[in-house]
Design a protein around this ligand. Sequence first.
Ligand code: OAD
Length: 249
Amino acid sequence: MWPKNAVEAISNAKQLLVVTGAGISAASGIPTFRGEGGLWRNYRFDELATPSAFERDPGLVWAWYQMRRKVCLNAAPNPAHHALVTLEERCERFLLATQNVDGLHRRAGSLRSICLHGDILDARCTRCQNIWTLADEECVADENDPQTLPHCARCGALARPHILWFGETYWPGTIETAFHFASGCDVGLVIGTSGAVGPPAALIEHAGRRGAMTVEINPNPSSLSSTVDHLIPTGAVEAMRALIGALDT
Ligand code: OAD
């Protein structure tokens, strides 16, 4: 499944960038965005994950995130998340840039990682920008009564999920740090993203243009598939198991 030169490049990499998307968590039971079953109460995710949707109906948007928060809390990291911890331990300079908000990389033990799109367990104040981890009791709300939605303990204003929404710009320092790292990496490995959101996919293209070997793991074609050096066309768990096995031999 893995070409010998790709395994050698990953094994010898001094600087390794990994970009992940929803596909790496599919085996943990967390639905991808653009796959089947992407609708909730007949809304598409891109009708809910926007500042205007929150302004119009914060209760509806909170209800969607609280449903997803429960799914994420009930899920567990899978062997692909754990394999990335093994890769991190082997590599001198390593960065995991994830688009996922499910917290599974952190729970698997990844340390050198950036959550480009936020964290579903966190809330952020709409006024003072205070960020905190939601307690379970904050998540039992009546979505039709705005007073019961999460509010900031510091200033009392309404809180929102700490997620990067459509139409918003990346938080200062996040994507820039990842691009800086991509400029100097030997290998760029991308796992389980459609590439529909531009900047994270562009990290891998940027790494490739700067001379890194690029490898994609995805059972389906993505916007990156025709640009990478190697495509491993299987699920993340199978591909990462095979990679760790090949690195050990
Ligand atoms: P998508 O739902 O767009 O794409 C998921 C990708 O995972 C697809 O290319 C699938 O082929 C692939 N896939 C499915 N099962 C897989 C498996 N078992 N192993 C590996 N790959 C698999 O999700 P993302 O690309 O992550 O943003 O979406 C990017 C962003 O769009 C998300 O972060 C989210 C959304 O808007 C925010 O929430 C801000």
